[in-house]
Design a protein around this ligand. Structure first.
Ligand SMILES: [Fe+2]
Length: 389
């Protein structure tokens, strides 16, 4: 890389901002109710036989969509948005980087996982990546990471079947709904066969109020047991020297097992059916996630299962927004009139910024992903192209 005078000036500006941000950046603000929960790592938990069977099942499943797609493919949510929707562009895309087409492609709504994709866009995950926006599969291709996040929370009267997942994350972060919060157990099991620490892709979780998480290596057949809906977690970059292709958020993005003959282990990364890159099974970081919800009795379990799958259920979304607004007024000095008159997109930003307190990047000198600025503010592109593109 050639260091021109312009680049030196930009790097100088970044250094000054870095130094001034150090104090705030190194302090985590994780709320108490999301700290200190049990997390256990079990090496050699999955037998070789089971690993082989699960890998076979994954190959038979064949197509793995970018995980934002799936939430709206399988069911109809009672409330898909809080009123932040805008008309879809004539080319079927959404110009705002946080909005995506809804299920029937009639309008643009906030991306369902917006609470953590916003954090990833602004700060670039644990490693503080400086890049344009990329999306992630449960199966990771080289160069990918898992953003800092909590898994989809479930409440006795609110789940992803009624409300957008980002709003559930806000509800969990607010601490207002602890009485109805449903504990979960998640097992993250690794099915790939490689075992090389230098590949990275470590599981990281924040059980203490610090920006330095606890790390576990993704060794084959190990399992991490955790309630990911109340412990913030992420992964470090898998094979950090590689750069994954950039995929448009409005496109149909898939990883597809595409063997041409018996024994062929080829996978294709496709965007709108165009092949962007090919991989071998051994190139991938593959995990299977097991999720279970915990109930105090069989009766409660049955009651909940019947309730949450009934379409159209759920308290009016305005009721929940009112409770969250009240909390902003009472505890964070917001003005109620201002909140009520705010465009709904702006209200969503306030809710996420106030209630979803993920730690800033642990492994980076500079906390902000300045290379994503052109996505948010196109006028910055002419300045940032010197260091980002
Ligand atoms: Fe997770």
């Amino acid at each position: 890389m050639v260091l021109t005078k312009k680049k030196l000036i930009y790097y100088g500006i970044i250094l000054v901002i870095t130094i001034s941000l150090q104090r705030r950046w190194k302090t985590a603000e994780i709320p108490d109710h999301l700290l200190g929960h049990t997390a256990r790592f079990h090496p050699e938990f999955i037998s070789v036989e089971l690993q082989k069977r699960l890998l076979k099942l994954i190959k038979e499943t064949k197509v793995f969509p970018w995980d934002s797609d799936k939430s709206d493919i399988f069911f109809s949510r009672t409330y898909t948005d809080i009123g932040e929707d805008i008309p879809i562009g004539s080319d079927g895309t959404c110009s705002n980087p946080y909005l995506i087409p809804n299920q029937d492609k009639s309008k643009c709504i906030l991306e369902p996982w917006f609470a953590y994709t916003r954090h990833f866009l602004l700060y670039g995950g644990l490693d503080g990546l400086k890049e344009n926006f990329t999306f992630h599969f449960i199966i990771q291709v080289p160069g990918q990471t898992a953003p800092v996040h909590i898994d989809n929370p479930y409440f006795e009267d609110a789940t992803m079947f009624q409300y957008p997942p980002w709003l559930l994350e806000v509800m969990a972060g607010s601490g207002l709904y602890q009485d109805t919060f449903i504990d979960q157990v998640q097992g993250v099991g690794y099915l790939h066969e490689w075992n090389k620490p230098k590949y990275g892709g470590q599981f990281a979780y924040f059980d203490k109020n610090t920006i330095v998480p606890t790390y576990e290596k993704p060794t084959p057949r190990s399992v991490m047991l955790i309630d990911g809906s109340k412990t913030i977690h992420a992964s470090t970059i898998y094979k950090p020297k590689f750069r994954p292709p950039i995929m448009a958020k409005d496109a149909k993005n898939e990883l597809v097992f595409s063997p041409t003959k018996e024994g062929d282990e080829t996978w294709e990364l496709r965007s709108n059916d165009k092949i962007l890159r090919k991989y071998h099974t051994d190139d991938l970081r593959i995990n299977a996630i097991y999720r279970a919800r915990c109930f105090e009795s069989e009766e409660k379990r049955k009651e909940f299962n019947k309730w949450y799958k009934t379409p159209g259920n759920g308290r009016p979304i305005e009721e929940i927004l009112n409770e969250l607004k009240e909390e902003l007024v009472n505890k964070r000095d917001y003005d109620r009139k201002t909140l009520d008159s705010m465009p709904r997109f702006d209200l969503a930003l306030v809710l996420v910024d106030e209630f979803v307190k993920y730690p800033w990047p642990t492994r980076s000198l500079f906390p902000y992903n300045y290379c994503a600025l052109p996505d948010l503010y196109p006028w910055t592109e002419k300045y940032l192209k010197w260091i980002c593109f």
